[in-house]
Design a protein around this ligand. Structure first.
Ligand code: GDP
Ligand code: IMO
Ligand code: MG
Length: 431
């Protein structure tokens, strides 16, 4: 598999950052194709811990090319903050290592304001990260967005910014009764960012195509997860991009025949940050126990994550919509110590048991999870170095996941460190 995508198979925070870092060792390029700095990917290397939001996790290696594709939305302020953060930790972030698509859309300060105001005016708040993601994609779809190629051309930027500020000020002042935006201040600030960003900007679709044709290995790094996908997630409690494998093509400018595999990352249980339905949520002491043991706090917003049992209906849906070729199961160590562990294998809905995720949230609310119960395992899970060394009950659990989803569990993660990773079947080796 010379090109493959690593995707979240649940509601995000499955450990994609750790797995991207682990799998990146064997590739030449790491490419983000959607989302922005709403993501929070924690990677532990040796004794160091890195928290990445926008920049691909491949940046931690000195010899990988990292691309922010056209499908990503880029907040220049957040980008340079992250670059500074990484450089202070000794990670080089230079234009030969980080390439930014000239077609990517820019998150402007008014997108962050609109994100906040939209949330305030909703009857059902989504609980967004407040980073301006939705409003930036809204402008993209409305064809009024500012792209990186516009930002770095002073005359075009001036014209587009003027149009946008006029439109946003009408909304801000007349509808939201807020202070108007100051064109001069934003123009000055963002012209500075434009100058700083220019050396990183490229026609990344051509670069990527040429590299793949030359036989280079590529890992596409997903952000968020299947159920936050704008089409297949728990709409409207989703993010504003396509987080499923299909997003790779539109978000980087290569065709589907150039993507050889799709690796779904799933936690051994389920978590969710923000609002929206969650059929297997545990609002009791067990949920609290998992949150505490798993350190389930959002990397981007610091919010506690909601926790619940693993839901195989979700994983089966992820396998279908992204054509998963492999599964990675993380945080097997977190569940260690529980006497019994439940696994959702269907939803009871209108006298039937279904194994797919319904579109309508009203239907979903009527779904009752059907559980199978597994015996728990002990703390020895965290020190297992091979599949054989894993506790027998953990192996039975993993077998059930494979059997239900029809996708091979290729990697098992038993701790946050690179070294706490068990490869059951190699990914990205053949071809
Ligand atoms: P991402 O958004 O999918 O990259 O995931 P996050 O980084 O937001 O959240 C996953 C958290 O779990 C991070 O703090 C990781 O360091 C940690 N983690 C990843 N895999 C494992 C694992 O197998 N066991 C434990 N205990 N922690 C893990
Ligand atoms: P990673 O890549 C978990 C959630 C937010 C909110 C919804 C919409 O770390 O897995 P947005 O700001 O995108 O408009 O918020 O999506 N959300 C995430 N939840 N992990 C993420 O990223 C997320 N990115 C967005 O909490 O419910
Ligand atoms: Mg995260």
């Amino acid at each position: 598999m010379s090109t493959f995508v690593v995707l979240g198979a649940q509601w995000g925070d499955e450990g994609k950052g750790k797995m991207t870092d682990f799998l990146a060792e064997k590739v030449d390029l790491v490419v983000r194709f959607q989302g922005g700095n709403n993501a929070g990917h924690t990677v532990e290397v040796g004794e160091s811990q890195y928290k990445l939001h926008l920049i691909p996790s491949g940046i931690l290696y000195d010899d990988k090319i990292n691309i922010l594709g056209n499908g990503v939305v880029i907040d220049p302020e957040a980008l340079f903050k992250e670059i500074d953060y990484l450089e202070k930790l000794g990670i080089r972030v230079t234009p030969d290592k980080l390439l930014i698509s000239d077609r990517a859309h820019v998150i402007m300060p008014y997108h962050r304001s609109m994100d906040r105001l939209n949330e305030k005016s909703r009857t059902n708040t989504i609980g967004t990260t407040g980073k301006g993601i939705g409003p930036s994609y809204t402008d993209k779809a409305a064809r009024s967005g500012i792209r990186i190629c516009d930002l770095i051309d002073p005359a075009i930027f001036k014209k587009k910014l003027k149009e946008n500020i006029k439109e946003k000020n009408e909304l801000l002042v007349n509808v939201y009764k807020e202070e108007p935006l100051d064109f001069d201040e934003i123009f000055k600030n963002y012209s500075n960012y434009a100058e700083k960003i220019t050396p990183f900007v490229q026609e990344t679709s051509v670069k990527l195509y040429d590299e793949i044709k030359a036989g280079k290995k590529v890992l596409f790094e997903g952000a968020q997860g299947m159920l936050l996908d704008i089409d297949y997630g728990t709409y409207p409690f989703v993010t504003s991009s396509n987080t499923i494998a299909g997003g790779v093509c539109t978000g980087t400018g290569i065709g589907p025949t150039m993507v050889n595999g799709a690796v779904g990352v799933a936690k051994a249980y389920t978590t969710r940050v923000g609002e929206g339905p969650f059929p297997t949520e545990l609002t009791d002491a067990t949920g609290e126990w998992i949150r505490e043991k798993g350190g389930e706090v959002g990397v981007t917003t610091g919010r506690p994550r909601r926790c619940g049992w693993i839901d195989l209906v979700i994983l089966k849906t992820a396998a279908r919509v992204s054509g998963l070729t492999n599964l990675v199961v993380t945080k097997i160590d977190t569940l260690a110590g529980l006497d019994k562990i439940k696994v959702c294998v269907g939803y009871r809905f209108k006298d039937k048991v279904i194994d797919y995720f319904p579109a309508s949230l009203e239907d979903l609310a009527k779904c009752e999870p059907v559980y199978e119960e597994f015996d728990g395992w002990g703390e020895e899970a965290a020190t297992a170095k091979t599949y054989e060394e894993l506790p027998e009950n953990a192996k039975l659990y993993l077998k059930r996941i494979e059997e239900f989803t029809g996708v091979e569990v290729s990697i098992v993660s038993v701790g946050p460190k690179r070294s706490q990773t068990i490869v059951v079947h190699e990914i990205g080796e053949s071809e």
